[in-house]
Ligand binder design. Structure first.
Ligand SMILES: NC(=O)c1ccc[n+]([C@@H]2O[C@H](COP(=O)([O-])OP(=O)(O)OC[C@H]3O[C@@H](n4cnc5c(N)ncnc54)[C@H](OP(=O)(O)O)[C@@H]3O)[C@@H](O)[C@H]2O)c1
Length: 258
């Protein structure tokens, strides 16, 4: 068995607040045998890995209950990756096949089986979008938000996005076809929503949480739906921490009853 050098991004210890490179996340060599694929699986040379906000939520104690399974302490973090197959034992793959899969973040991975792709069904199954409705999307220029907005435009909705710069406003309105966008650093979400959606929101697609969620809640129309995709503004805060910022307390949850 010949082992090769395999640099890997290891979840070393649980952060409180912002993770510190070299302390909580450490690059280490985890030598691997890449000459032979396991039964029904393959070995990959990893080319690209996606680093996404939700991964912060997985840097927690393994005993913590959460909607995503935590990363394993002492092991490589995982992410959606693009990789090249370099050894295989599966009829559908051959050397040189390019795959997209959830893989450990390292140079090479020994993959016992192919994980499935996640369907993105939130806007249809949770949002139940209808032509003519108004949707507000936060973090709208992000990987998720810009796809949601473009699909909603194709489906005939009025689409409003919030972003953190004027360049992103320009991108949304002039390149991606959003009906309106605003820079939340220049105008509060609450006043922008009153201006852009005076009749209320049919759907709020929440990527941010915190005060943005509070302001969107206050602007919801009767029978509105909120798609709770993520709350990126809260990922570095905790309920009980004394050293990091506290979680934002949304004050108008009673709106949900109405
Ligand atoms: N539920 C799921 O299955 C699922 C899957 C994928 C992603 N998500 C969630 O979807 C959201 C967006 O993910 P993504 O992959 O699109 O992210 P992304 O492309 O990395 O974009 C994230 C953007 O969020 C904005 N942002 C960051 N911190 C913020 C803050 N404190 N307040 C307001 N905006 C902030 C920034 O844009 P601005 O410069 O415009 O502020 C940033 O560029 C995240 O909450 C993520 O966890 C959920």
């Amino acid at each position: 068995m010949s082992l090769v050098k395999n640099l890997s991004l290891i979840f070393k210890c649980v952060p409180d607040g912002l993770p510190i490179p070299g302390k909580h996340l450490v690059v280490e060599d985890r030598p691997s045998n890449i000459s032979r694929a396991p039964d029904g699986g393959f070995v990959t040379r990893n080319l690209y890995c996606s680093l996404d906000p939700y991964m912060r939520l997985m840097l927690i104690e393994s005993s913590t209950r959460h909607y995503r399974r935590p990363f394993v302490l002492g092991q490589p973090m995982r992410s959606l990756s693009v990789a090249e197959v370099i050894a295989f034992s599966h009829p559908d793959y051959h050397t040189g096949s390019m795959i997209r899969a959830s893989l450990p973040i390292q140079q090479y991975s020994v993959v016992p089986r192919m994980p499935g792709l996640t369907a993105f069904s939130s806007i249809y199954e949770v949002g139940r979008i209808q032509p003519g409705e108004t949707i507000f999307i936060s973090a709208a220029a992000g990987a998720v938000g810009q796809i949601v907005g473009q699909i909603c435009k194709l489906e005939g909705l009025r689409v409003i996005g919030s972003v953190g710069s004027d360049e992103k406003v320009d991108l949304l309105v002039n390149e991606l076809g959003f009906d309106a966008a605003f820079n939340y650093r220049q105008e509060s979400t609450s006043s922008a929503l009153q201006r852009l959606a005076p009749a209320g929101l049919d759907i709020y697609y929440d990527n941010v949480g915190g005060q943005t969620l509070e302001d969107a809640l206050a602007s919801m129309a009767q029978d509105g739906r909120i798609i709770v995709c993520g709350m990126v503004s809260q990922y570095n805060s905790t309920y009980k921490s004394t050293t990091s910022e506290s979680t934002y307390g949304v004050k108008n949850l009673f709106q949900l009853v109405g």
